[in-house]
Design a protein around this ligand. Structure first.
Ligand code: SF4
Ligand code: SF4
Length: 342
C-alpha cells in the first residue's frame, strides 16, 4: 500500500459495472456514501448516510440467531414471523454481526477503498471503456461529500487514459466543484426543481446554492474552453417535479445561463425498482405504490422542455416506462434507459 492509500480512503457503497446511464458508452459507476439532500423519491436511500449501515435481507435469513449473540450492544432481536429487528439508534456499524452471519442475510453497506486500490479495480474494465467510448462515473450519494478522495481517484484514472465523469447535485461549497472540475471530462449536474420552496419541500434544501454553483461552474467551463462537457439532468417524479411550470422553468434557466455550455438536458423518468431497498433498511417509501410514467407522459414532458426556449436539440429523455396492458405493468427498456433517476 502506498502513502496515498494510507492517507486517503473513500467510503464506497457499490461499484456498478456495465452501466449505460451515467454518461457515454459503457461505464463503471462508483456510488459513494453520503448525501446532503434527502429527496422524497430517493432511489438510493442506502447512499444518504455517510457511514456504513447494517442491512438485513429476510429472504436469506435461516433463523440461526448467531447475530443476536454476536452483538454485544444488544441492538438485535429475533421475533418469530418477523425475523431480525435492528435498533438502529444504538447500532454503531461495527459489522461484527454481519461477519458472523452464515447466509449473508446481514451485510454492511459501505466499504473503504484506497485510491490506488479502487483505480486498479476500475481499470479492469478498460477494454469495455475503449470499445464503447465509456469510462468511470463517480456518483452517490454525492461526490462532493468525499472531494479529496474523488480528486485523487479521478486524477489517477485520467492519468491511466480513462474517461472520467462526476454526477453531482450541486449542494456543496463551490470550492469542491472547482477542485473536481480539472479531473472530470464530463459533469452530470442535477436541476431537480426550479422553485426554491418546492425544492426545499422535495429535497430538504432550497436550490439557491445549487443554481449559484451551476452558474459559477459554467463560467469556469467557458474559461477552460469547454474542455469539460456539461450535461444537465432532471428527475421526472410524479406529484413533484413532473409539472409543466417546473420543466419550462428549468428550460428557461438553461436557455438564459447555460447556452453553449450545457450540451444535453436529460429528463430521467421515475422508477420504482428500489422498493425492496427501503424495506431492507427498515424505512417506508412514499412512492412504494406508484406506477412508472407512460411513454406518452415522457413525450409530453419532453415537448414542454423543447417549448421552454432551450435549444431543442439538447433535450432527451431516458428510463423505463409503463405500458398499460390490462392489469400488467411492464417496464419498457429504451435506449440509454436510466435505472437510477437523477
Ligand atoms: S446470523 Fe444471519 S442467518 Fe442467522 S439469524 Fe442472524 S441474520 Fe439470520
Ligand atoms: S453492526 Fe455492530 S453494533 Fe450494529 S448490530 Fe451489528 S454487532 Fe451490533
Amino acid at each position: 500500500m502506498n502513502k496515498t492509500d494510507e492517507e486517503l480512503s473513500g467510503l464506497v457503497l457499490e461499484i456498478q459495472r456495465m452501466s449505460t446511464e451515467d454518461g457515454p458508452g459503457i461505464r463503471s459507476t462508483v456510488f459513494l456514501k453520503g448525501c446532503p439532500l434527502s429527496c422524497i423519491w430517493c432511489h438510493n436511500p442506502e447512499s444518504i448516510s455517510p457511514r456504513p449501515q447494517l442491512h438485513w435481507t429476510g429472504s436469506r435469513c435461516i433463523g440461526c440467531r448467531l447475530c443476536i449473540g454476536a452483538c454485544r450492544k444488544g441492538v438485535l432481536s429475533f421475533n418469530e414471523g418477523q425475523g431480525v429487528s435492528i435498533a438502529r439508534d444504538r447500532c454503531d456499524g461495527c459489522g461484527v454481526c454481519a461477519d458472523e452471519c452464515p447466509s449473508t442475510a446481514l451485510e454492511m453497506l459501505g466499504r473503504n477503498w484506497g485510491v490506488s486500490e479502487l483505480a486498479a479495480e476500475l481499470a479492469k474494465d478498460r477494454a469495455w471503456f475503449e470499445k464503447s467510448g465509456g469510462g468511470v462515473t463517480l456518483s452517490g450519494g454525492e461526490v462532493t461529500m468525499q472531494t479529496e478522495f474523488s480528486v485523487m481517484l479521478l486524477s489517477e484514472l485520467q492519468g491511466a487514459g480513462i474517461h472520467t465523469a462526476i454526477d453531482t447535485c450541486g449542494q456543496c461549497a463551490f470550492a469542491a466543484l472547482e477542485k473536481l472540475l480539472p479531473h472530470s471530462d464530463l459533469v452530470l449536474y442535477d436541476i431537480k426543481e426550479i422553485d426554491p420552496e418546492k425544492h426545499k419541500r422535495f429535497t430538504g434544501q432550497d436550490n439557491r446554492r445549487i443554481l449559484d454553483n451551476l452558474l459559477l461552474l459554467a463560467e469556469k467551463i467557458r474559461q477552460n474552453g469547454n474542455s469539460t462537457v456539461l450535461w444537465i439532468r432532471t428527475p421526472v417524479i410524479p406529484e413533484a417535479t413532473e409539472r409543466e411550470d417546473n420543466i419550462k422553468g428549468i428550460g428557461r434557466f438553461i436557455a438564459e445561463h447555460l447556452n453553449g455550455v450545457a450540451v444535453r438536458w436529460e429528463l430521467c423518468a421515475f422508477n420504482n425498482l428500489c422498493r425492496d431497498k427501503y424495506s431492507r433498511l427498515g424505512l417506508e417509501w412514499r412512492y412504494a405504490g406508484k406506477s412508472l410514467l407512460s411513454m406518452q407522459d415522457m413525450e409530453r414532458i419532453a415537448a414542454w422542455a423543447r417549448e421552454s426556449g432551450v435549444d431543442a436539440q439538447i433535450v432527451s429523455w431516458s428510463g423505463g416506462t409503463r405500458i398499460d396492458n390490462g392489469t400488467a405493468e411492464i417496464i419498457r427498456p429504451i435506449a440509454n434507459a436510466a435505472v437510477k433517476p437523477c
